[in-house]
Write a protein that binds this ligand. Sequence first.
Ligand SMILES: Nc1nc2c(ncn2[C@@H]2O[C@H](COP(=O)(O)OP(=O)(O)OP(=O)(O)O)[C@@H](O)[C@H]2O)c(=O)[nH]1
Ligand SMILES: [Mg+2]
Length: 362
Amino acid sequence: MEIGIIGLPRSGKTTTFLALGGRSAHEAAGRARHGEPAVAAVAVPDPRLEELAVMFGSARIVPATIRYTDLPGVAPEQIARQHGLPESHLQYLAGVEALLAVIRAFDDGSGVPAQVEKDIESLETELILTDLQRVENRLGRLEKTIGKTTGREREAAEIERSGLLKVQTALNAGKAARTVELDSREEAALRSLALVSQKPIAWLINVDEQALASGADLTAPIRAKGLGPGALCVQLDSEMEKEIAELDAVSQAEFLAGYGIEEPAAKKIITLCFRLLGCIVFFTAAEKEAHAWTLREGGTALEAAGTIHSDFAKGFIRAEVVHWADLHAAGSYAACRKNGTLRTEGKNYVVQDGDVLMILFH
Ligand SMILES: Nc1nc2c(ncn2[C@@H]2O[C@H](COP(=O)(O)OP(=O)(O)OP(=O)(O)O)[C@@H](O)[C@H]2O)c(=O)[nH]1
Ligand SMILES: [Mg+2]
């Protein structure tokens, strides 16, 4: 899972990156040259996986990972001047599946008060302007060549044009591409454009300790205005969370309890990103390794097999499936086989979050 951290300059992106990524983020930030993105791969902590590893006597544990990319902020004036985000940003953003947009709600001592709603609008406009430029370029090229195409090629070009026009209409009305309903063929045709305003987005309102202590919910007015499809909103004190991430496990627990925080940001954001992307986790476990994998919600056993290895999908026969909770309750795979919670499923079985899969293939 790949998440890009974006935001206006000095909104706390790097602080958030460090809060989410812990040590690997610190290393990545240290390596990154000024003005260049930093990338950190972060293991998704999952106690279910640890337990599976013990149960199966697995030699190693391979957790699911999230890759966070911390991008330098771009000022709105610069965006307006060059009609969108710089090319260097777009290259990085093309590969990410979702955006974490950091909005400043803390007092940065500059005397400029935080303007959460205005900043969200500015950032959304940055994304929209970027896409508009690319959609119009693409449409221009398509219009020039479409007349020369025939048959299949013509049909594909028509589908792409229809998708582009729908998106263009929305963008011109100041709406993100993620609000546009495309049919599956239009969506596929537009995929290679990797439109930034089409990616699911989590608005992260970066508050300070005062706001946190007052119990104010800064996300409420944003949610009240309507976030639209593919968007979520949370608030977080990145500065404090960064400090929490630097503590060892014991002090971390004490600190969280002291502040009445239920779980550290890293975990909260991971859960959020899974929800935003409609992703679930399934497991494979054996003596060699216990492995957590991510899959789109609604993904089938065949798709799960393909996630593990393309050969598993090609030669798929069936899957043995047991839910982690049943394994946990029964204590072993053999016990689940006996009590009937271990089932055999075909390739169209819809995998559930927490399923433990054993793929049989030839
Ligand atoms: N009080 C408070 N200060 C914060 C918070 N997050 C960031 N800061 C401070 O704001 C300043 C900018 O933070 P960065 O994380 O570097 O911001 P950035 O968005 O990465 O900045 P650029 O990469 O330059 O665009 C730093 O001095 C941080 O310590 C927060 O949640 N609360
Ligand atoms: Mg930064």
